[in-house]
Every structure is written in C-alpha cells, then in structure tokens.
Design a protein. Structure first.
Lengths: 305, 566
C-alpha cells in the first residue's frame, strides 16, 4: 500500500485532545483503515485520523444537525503523487447529485483549534462537473499537502516528519441567501453572557474573509433573546455565478435591511447552545440559510475567549 | 434634442449668465408686472401660443400638483400663474425649509411612498377609484341640455369642485406611480447592470390597460364588420350620415349600430380637438375612419404584433428571473415585490388618462359648449370656440345677465392675442430657477433608452428612442386626432403629442414620432404595447418632416433619417 510507511499504531491524537466526545475508542490499526470513498454519515468518517479533523467534525454532527450532504476521500485513497488509487468517485458524485460542490482539504492532525493549520485555505468552491471535480480534488490535495509538509518541517517533531495525511471533503454547496458566523460565547469586551453573531447577505465567503462589514447581533445566553441587532451597510455580497463565487454589490434598497430575521437568529442561537452543551466548551460555528432553512457548515471549539 | 421635463431635472447652480437670460425687458415683449405677481420668482412660459382664458379642465391640474406636494410632503408650496401679453407663465414657490426640515420632509415622503409600494392596488380600489367615481358621478348627474341658464351658470361656477377632486387624485397617483417605477428601474439597473434592457418599460410592456382595452374593443368591431361582406362594403364606402340610414338593410347592420354605440359610450368621452370638438359621441366619423383604416390593413389587424410584444416581455421576464434564481432570495423577493407594484403603477399611469384627463375635460367642455351655444343662439357670442376668450365667471355672468355683451370682450381679447402671437415670448422671466432640495418625488433624470445624440448627421433628427425596432416608411404628419383618417396603414405617424385617444390607431402604424414626451409617456407606452418603433421628443418633427417623406426610424437609437426614394 502506498501509505504503508505512514502507518503507525495506535495513532495518537497528535498532541491535542480530540474534539467533543473522546475519539480514542475509534482508533484502530492502520491496516484496518478503509480505502474507499466514505459518506459523511458513515461511522468511519467520524475518525479524525482517517477523514481529517474538519470532515470528522462534520461527520459527527451530521446526524443531529443540518449539515449539507458530503462524501470524503480519505487520505488512504490517494497515492504519493495525489492520484486516486480507487474507483468510486464518479459514482459518489452522481449519488451526491448536487448542482455545485465545494472541495475542501481535511488534514489529519488539523482539529480546527488551530485555524492556520495545514490546508485551511485549500478550498475550491462552486465545482459543477465531473472533470472540474477531479481537477479540484487534485489541486486541493496538492495544495494542502505541500502546505502541510512545509509546516511539519518547521515543527521538526519526529512524529510529524513523515508525509502529511490529507483527506478531501466533497460537499454539496448551499446557494445561501444569508450566512453567519456565530460565537456561542462573545469575545471579551462585548459583554458577559452573550452569544455573538455576524451575518451577511449571500454566501459566507466574504464574511469569513472579512471583506464585508456584517450585521452584528448579540444574543443573551440566558434566554436567547436578541439584546442588540446592529444593521451594517452591506455594500457587497458573495454569490455563485457562472465564473465561480464572485463578489457583487448589493442593491441599495437591500443594503440596510437585516440579513437575518428574528427566527433565523433564534434558530442559530439554539443550535449553538446545543453544540456547546454537547462539546462541553464554547463553539465557533459557520452557518447559512437557503430555501430549505438553516445549514451548519463548520463548528470549532473556541479556545481563547 | 428634446429636454426632459424641468420638474424632474436636477437643479442647476445659480450663475450670472443664467440670471442675465432671465431678465425680461426686451423691446418686442415689454413686461409690466401686475401688482400681485412676484418678479423675484422664476416664471416659465406655459405654451408658445397665447393662452386661452378658459379651456376644459384648465387650472385644475395646477391645483392637483400643489395638493399632491402637500400629500407626499413635497417641497413645492404653491404654483402661481400670470398672464402677460396674452401668454401664460407659471412659477413654483418652494418651501423655505432649513436643510434639516427638508431632510425630515424627504424621510416622511419616503416612508409614505414605500408604504404605497405594497398597497398601490388597494389605494386604487379603496381610495382613488371611489373618489374618481364620485367626482365623475357629480358631473354625470348634471345634464346641461335640460338645465336652465341659471342652473347652468351655477354648475359652471361649481365645476371646479369635482374637477379639483379628480386632479388631486391625478397627481397623488402620478407622483406615487412615478416613484414606484423609478424604484423598479433603479433596482433593475443595480441587479442586472446599468445597460440592461430589463426595467419598467420592457417588463410591463403589453400589459392590459384601458388604452389596450379600447384597441381590443375596436378590433372586435373590425372583425365583426370584416365577417359580413355587405356591411364591410357599406362601412368602407360611406360616411356615417349616409351609412346610418342603410344599416338596417344589411346583414349585421343593426347589431353593428348597437356595438358602435356601446364602444363610443365606453371609450368616447374624449376630446379630439379641445373645445372645438367634435367628440366621438357628436360624430362617429372619427371612429369609422379608424375602423376603415384597420379594415384596409387586413390580415390579423395588427393582433400578431401585440402578441409578439407580450411574448417578448415574457421572455425578458424569464431571463430576469433566471438571473435572480442564482442570487440570494432577498433579491428575487424584492424584484417581485417591486415588479408587481410597477406593473400596477404602469397600468394606472395609462388608465388615469382615461378616467381623469379625458373625462374631466369632456364633462367640463360639455358645460362650456352648452353655455357657448346658448350665447351663440342669442347672437351674443360669435362662435362656440370664442368662449375660450371669456373667464369662467364672465361666462356664468353672461348666462344670467342679458345685458352683458361677451362677444365684445371676446373679440377684443382675440384681437389682442392675434397681435401678440406675432411676438416671440421669452421662455423665462423673473428670478433665477430655485434649487429643489433632494426629495424622493424627484429621481435622477430619467435615463432614456439611448443617450441623446450630441452630433446629428445631416438629414437626421434625434430624440429619445422609446420603442425598439427599425422601420423604413413614409411619413404622415397629423397634428390633431381629427386628421388621423388620412393615415395609410404602415405609415409613420409624425405628431406633436399623442393622447390615449390615439390608442385605437396604433395597430395600423408603421412607426411613430412625437415632438414631446419621454420614454414613459403615453405614446411610448402604447407604442411598446403594439411593438411599433417609436422616437419621442423630436422637436419640430412636424415641421422638419413632410407628408410622403421616406425615412428610416430607429426606435432604439432614437433617430429619424431621411432616405433616398428608390
């Protein structure tokens, strides 16, 4: 097997505790790791040593939260040069049946606490056909792989000296009407016992990258009531266009309207509350809404408040 | 190049040159300010012709504008009128608000106008339409033919009551609809791009309204005649006077008579030539001329062209919705909200002509003409149209006081007017044009389909492209609707301005050129409904072009070019 060299057992959780419920029970010898396309809702996908931190976190949330459907190409299906060693991609893509998918790297060892960790930026959005998907998966894997390799070399720790293990997540893209980033515990300075939500029109890309000034919503942690709702002048928004995800200006009539209504804010706050209880620590979530309602795109623990 | 109406134009900075231009005194047009006129106001000429003292629904519009400014928190406090050397001038009095007061006024107006966006249909159903019905009812209730002189005089003195009510509705409606259509246009430009062909004009083209309804009704009359050979021969050959007596002898004749009367009852309350008339009721010949022109057009009588326009609109709408489907739903929802409102606004902008402009003038004229006829019969007035040289109170007075001799007064004023007609009046008098504070009632200047041409090629006239399409055809100059019967199917109608009375003629037109108007005025709206290439705001088109000229009209570029006869 191409990845045999990398196989050590039992796999250690790489210096940081696993996210949420203890995952050690799921660790198993390397030769038992599946070498096939995994669906997000399969039990194996919740293993961060197989699916990578990002995909595993989503896999664990997918049963109880509205996570968009996705499949994962675990690191075990990639050759050393990033070529796929197994069939099944086309079939999975067909089954996913999404107009548009996002392709994201999900590195083993990346747990989301360290936002600058390998592969964080290896994301290709709005991929719309089989050819483009293959190219995107390859590009994503390559980019995350070289980024991670550099990082490992810099760390110079013995256990990370080998080849990085990069899995790739292929997720149905949500054509978002509005997007939000939420902290279940507001950063210091915003007031105590508050949740903080930043919201904008369209996809969350320009929100996450900080390119637009979002609406700021403070929600009481005690009763989930809206304490403050500051409407920003939202001049720009990210939308899915023929040429990819692009930024466009917002029509003037809509610039001063709230991106989220009260029900949407309440739903998000309730979800953050549930995630925080489950994970037993404050969380940072990315969410969006379309015609079907709320979608959970990402959830990470907040380590520094 | 045609100018855009000055009320919509942005205020220009004050300049000395402009001030000089406004200075009134010239040897050929001496200005003596009446005591009650304020020479510091900016007075503009109403019309290049000497103004009548009395004309149907005259003055009611001014009342309506002032009222609508109060209603929509607008900046105009008053509009003054002044008669100088037979010519009429008007001046707006702008509220002397502080900037903070103006801003607060604009905010209140925006709130009220935004409320209208979601409630325009209800405002029409629950407020505007009942007020119109009630005012028209007041007019209908009075039959001038059966009134005594005293009753008629009193009715003339009271006519402004329903008249003002109608015109208050008129400008509440027009200002509100204008706001909604501008919002929709701005929104479309922002979502689909500045050079988009998606907007009020293209997306509401072909919608049903009273002008279309009158066209449809006339077409069904045409088809009725066309299906009956003997009747068709009769209609094509004879004038109403000769036809009327023979109608009972041909198959379908009696029914045709009934249908024609019903058409005229529903759509005939309109003036063809101001006070002079006749109205359609007085003479069906104009309707018959229209009918004959359509019969000669043959084929589907222009129906296909209108269907094409509707298909074109549906296609554009589908394209807009496809673009919106890829964007956050808030954008699509706002589009549908504004589109629905703009569709109603467009319909009302057309229909209020039928209900208010035409009928108020029709009923007012009915009173004035009846009074004038009585005076003519008593040999106290030379002709019915001389009544335009009397004021309302002079006319009422003459009816009840046999010692008053209005013909002398009318003759003196007619002489005065004919003398001053030789002199060209200045377009502006008095002080500089006041600047209007920013207000939602005035959007940015309306963007024409095509930018105005700065340089004109020789032999080319430019205006605003109002309805797309290129046509090469012969020109027919028609200044009054009464002359429309000269139109040959396929010709380009060149006229000063078209009112909704023209609507039934549109199916036979090859193209349309008007001297005044904008892309949202009646002519442009109906031209788009019938898919007729049109250019509006071509000054002196009726004098620069001549009957039979072969021209190429480009309804997108806004040009009319003379071409060589083959």
């Amino acid at each position: 097997m191409a990845h045999e060299d990398n196989c050590r057992e039992p796999l250690k959780p790489e210096g940081v505790p696993p996210i949420g419920p203890n995952m050690n029970s799921m660790l198993r010898p390397c030769e038992e790791l599946p070498i096939r396309v995994l669906w997000l809702d399969e039990p194996e996908t919740a293993d961060p040593n197989l699916a990578g931190g990002k995909a595993a976190a989503l896999a664990r949330m997918t049963h109880r939260y509205p996570v968009p459907p996705a499949f994962v190409l675990p690191w075990t299906v990639f050759g050393e040069d990033g070529r796929l060693l197994v069939d099944g991609l086309d079939e999975a893509y067909g089954r996913l049946s999404a107009d548009s998918v996002a392709v994201r790297s999900s590195a083993v060892g990346e747990d989301g606490r360290d936002a600058s960790f390998a592969g964080q930026h290896a994301t290709i959005l709005h991929v719309r056909d089989r050819e483009a998907l293959r190219a995107a998966i390859y590009a994503c894997w390559q980019s995350a792989h070289s980024e991670a390799a550099l990082l490992y070399r810099a760390r110079r720790t013995a256990e990370q000296a080998e080849r990085p293990r990069i899995s790739v997540l292929v997720q149905a893209m949500v054509r978002a009407d509005a997007a939000a980033v939420g902290f279940s515990r507001a950063p210091a300075g915003y007031g105590i016992d508050l949740m903080l939500i930043n919201a904008t029109l369209g996809l969350g890309e320009s929100l996450v990258s900080g390119e637009v000034t979002p609406d700021v919503i403070a929600v009481s942690r005690a009763d989930l009531s809206i304490v403050r709702h500051e409407i920003a002048e939202k001049g720009r928004m990210s939308v899915m266009a023929d040429e990819g995800v692009v930024e466009r200006s917002v029509p003037r009539r809509l610039q001063h309207r709230p991106a989220l209504d009260e029900i949407q804010v309440r739903d998000l706050a309730r979800m953050m509350q549930a995630l925080e209880e489950e994970w037993e620590m404050p969380v940072d979530v990315e969410a969006c809404w379309d015609a079907h309602g709320l979608h959970l795109l990402q959830c990470r623990p907040i380590t520094a408040v | 190049m045609g100018s855009i109406s000055c009320s919509a134009a942005p205020s220009r900075p004050f300049s000395m040159a402009r001030d000089d231009r406004s200075t009134p005194h010239t040897a050929h047009f001496p200005v003596v300010w009446p005591a009650d006129a304020d020479p510091s106001l900016h007075w503009t000429l109403d019309d290049e012709e000497p103004a009548p003292f009395l004309s149907p629904s005259d003055g009611w519009a001014r009342h309506g504008v002032i009222h609508a400014h109060a209603y929509w928190h607008g900046p105009v406090a008053d509009i003054r009128r002044l008669r100088l050397n037979s010519y009429a001038y008007s001046a707006r009095v702008i509220r002397s608000d502080t900037p903070a007061e103006s801003a607060a006024r604009a905010v209140r107006a925006t709130e009220d106008l935004e409320t209208l966006v979601d409630s325009i249909e209800a405002r029409w159903e629950d407020n505007w339409a009942p007020r119109i019905r009630s005012a028209l009812h007041d007019f209908e209730d009075f039959d001038p033919g059966f009134a005594s002189d005293g009753e008629l005089a009193e009715e003339i003195g009271q006519a402004h009551l329903p008249g003002h009510e109608l015109w208050e509705v008129h400008f509440e409606l027009v200002f509100g609809c204008g706001y909604i259509r501008r919002q929709f246009d701005t929104y479309c430009a922002e979502v689909f791009g500045a050079d988009t062909d998606l907007g009020t004009a293209t997306l509401t083209a072909g919608d049903h309204n009273m002008s279309v309804a009158s066209g449809e009704r006339l077409l069904s009359l045409v088809e009725f005649v066309h299906d009956r050979t003997a009747l068709e021969t009769l209609v094509l050959k004879e004038t109403w006077r000769d036809m009327a007596v023979r109608l009972d002898q041909v198959s379908g004749g009696p029914e045709f008579r009934t249908r024609l009367a019903a058409f005229i009852a529903d759509f005939g309350r309109k003036l063809t030539d101001g006070l002079a008339g006749p109205t359609w009721e007085e003479s069906p010949d104009l309707v018959l001329a229209n009918l004959r022109a359509l019969l000669r057009l043959g084929g589907d009588f222009g129906r296909g062209r209108r269907e094409g326009v509707i298909a074109d609109k549906e296609h554009r709408l589908a394209r807009a919705r496809k673009i919106l489907a890829a964007l956050p739903r808030a954008l699509g929802e706002e589009f549908e909200r504004l589109y629905q409102s703009a569709s109603v606004a467009t319909r009302l902008m057309e229909d209020h002509n039928h209900y208010i402009d035409q009928q108020s003038a029709y009923f007012h004229r009915r009173l004035l003409v009846e009074a004038a006829r009585r005076l003519v019969r008593q040999k106290r007035l030379g002709s019915v149209t001389d009544v335009s040289f009397l004021t309302e109170s002079e006319l009422a007075q003459a009816l009840v006081d046999p010692d008053v001799a209005p013909s002398m007064l009318a003759a003196a004023r007619a002489h005065d007017a004919s003398m001053w007609r030789q002199r060209k009046p200045p377009k502006e008098l008095g002080g500089p044009e006041p600047s209007l504070p920013p207000h939602p009632l005035f959007g940015p200047p309306k963007a024409p389909f095509s930018p105005p041409k700065l340089e004109e090629a020789p032999g080319t006239l430019s205006g605003l492209g109002a309805s797309r399409g290129v046509v090469v055809a012969r020109v027919r100059i028609v200044r009054e609707l009464a002359g429309a019967s000269a139109l040959v199917p396929g010709e380009i109608l060149v006229t000063t301005v078209t009112s909704p009375s023209w609507a039934t003629w549109y199916p036979i037109l090859g193209g349309l050129v008007t001297e005044t108007g904008g892309v949202l005025t009646h002519a442009a709206v109906v031209a788009r409904e019938y898919g007729i290439p049109a250019v509006v705001a071509v000054p002196s088109a009726t004098t620069a072009l001549h009957d039979g000229d072969l021209v190429e009209l480009d309804g997108q570029a806004g040009t009319v070019r003379r071409v060589q006869d083959p």
